[in-house]
Design a protein around this ligand. Structure first.
Ligand code: SPV
Ligand code: MG
Length: 434
């Protein structure tokens, strides 16, 4: 009989002495098999890893005492455990008390089927992967890494959660806001550079009056203080001859995707619906723009997503589907379907019918008006990306108006203090570089 198997689950993105200690302890008990968490498994509870699976595999396989490394698709590794029937599962003892305790309980339950046992190795204090991972985000990113991040997320996550940004400070909020829930960390996966909020924050209407160069100035501030991927609202994309430059510029700056909408003439914000003139572009004309953009991009990573305005302009789901087919044939990497209909039923019908025809083409939704549905419900409809398209700016405006009124009312700012962040907090919000 061979040696017992000692099974260890690892992320493998940051390897520190605490991880090596667990492997050393496991090696005393048997042959160490590492279940290396896939990107999909990691993002179900934590931030995405910096290194991809293959890179992490190379690192972990090189560790002395590791006999074998196999992919692990969920946090418990149930399939691997049942197949290998290890005698031991070795883990840092922090999982007895942190959010992984349910995973530990489940592991014990599975191991009991063949008399295996969990071994909790005393936690190495003062070093911890999530702290290292948070610090690592402070190092920043590169345009190339950021550009690829959206496709990586789409491959790993059933639903990608995107939040609007219009300034460095809103970018910082989207970068850092996270909450711990029972099923792990919840955070925004990336950012939406919105034409509505970019225009509004500059005191302009959302009619393509703010040009790319101007929008890029604010976007550059956002890129400087964040690491997450960006989806750029490209409005109509302009003339195809101009769109090719937009694509190149965005790609060069590390933007992951542009969404262009199939409207023509003076563009008005979609949420006006048919209360203003909304003219759809001829299908072939829009397809030519998609083709021109796809030919212009340099890397295979950049995405051009076609936004269907059929429902906004009062047309049918059938019409939207017809256009979707043409845009995909022209090379679109994804489809955004938009509507201002409150019931959401038009969007649901589109998603379900589209999914039957295209199993893998990403669907993007912007549920501003039909926001009674949860992310989970949108996921069940077949959506892949949810964009909260204007909430950072809409949240800040009433807060600012309230303070302005309060100061006028009281002829001093004392009463407004409680409506504002403390001075100490704003001074410490953005620390000096180390
Ligand atoms: C934007 O955020 O600018 C959009 C989405 O295009 S919407 O305002 O809903 O049209
Ligand atoms: Mg817009």
């Amino acid at each position: 009989m061979g040696r017992a198997i000692a099974y260890v689950t690892m992320v493998g993105d940051v390897v520190h002495p605490g991880n090596l200690n667990i492997i050393n302890e496991a090696a005393k008990l048997g042959d160490v098999v590492v279940g290396l968490l896939t990107d999909k498994a990691i993002v179900s509870r934590e931030h995405p890893p910096y290194l991809n699976f293959e890179q992490r595999m190379i690192i972990i396989s090189s560790i002395k005492d590791v006999t074998k490394v196999i992919p692990q698709d969920d946090w418990c590794g149930e399939d691997n455990l049942r197949e290998l029937k290890p005698k031991y599962v070795v883990h840092g003892d922090n999982w007895t008390s942190n959010s992984l305790s349910k995973v530990r309980d489940r592991t014990i339950e599975i191991l009991s089927e063949w008399g295996g046992q969990v071994v909790d190795v005393p936690y190495t204090h003062g070093i911890n992967s999530s702290v290292i991972s948070t610090n690592r985000r402070e190092f920043g990113t590169t345009p190339e890494l950021r550009l690829q991040a959206l496709r990586r997320l789409l491959a790993a996550k059933p639903l990608v959660r995107i939040m609007e940004v219009h300034s460095g400070i809103s970018g910082l909020i989207v970068e850092h806001t996270e909450i711990e829930k029972e099923d792990g960390l919840h955070y925004f996966d990336g950012m939406w550079s919105s034409s509505l909020t970019d225009s509004t924050s500059k005191g302009k209407p959302d009619i393509e009056a703010v040009d790319l160069t101007t929008r890029l100035q604010d976007l550059t501030c956002i890129l400087e203080c964040t690491t997450k991927p960006v989806i750029y609202d490209g409005d109509t994309g302009g003339k195809p001859e101009h769109f090719v430059f937009t694509v190149r510029t965005l790609e060069r700056n590390g933007i992951s995707a542009v969404i262009i909408e199939d409207k023509t003439g003076l563009k008005k914000n979609s949420l006006f619906g048919t209360s203003v003139e909304q003219t759809l572009a001829p299908v072939e004309e829009f397809c030519n723009k998609i083709r021109a953009g796809k030919n212009a991009q340099i890397t295979p990573h950049f995405m051009i997503i076609a936004r269907l305005e059929s429902l906004i302009a009062g047309h049918s789901v059938d019409e939207a589907l017809e256009r979707a087919r043409a845009y995909i044939a022209a090379g679109a990497d994804g489809i955004m379907i938009h509507s201002k209909e409150k019931s959401g039923m038009d969007i649901k019908e589109f998603c379900q019918r589209f999914r039957k025809e295209y199993a893998n083409v990403p669907i993007v939704l912007v549920p501003t008006t039909y926001n009674q549905f949860t992310e989970k419900e949108f996921q069940e409809w077949g959506a892949n990306i949810i964009i909260y398209a204007n909430h950072m700016l809409r949240a800040s405006y009433p807060a600012m108006v309230k303070v302005a009124n309060c100061i006028l009312e009281n002829e001093r700012s004392l009463e407004a203090d409680s409506l504002c962040m403390p001075i100490k907090e704003i001074l410490e919000l953005i620390p000096d570089p180390k």
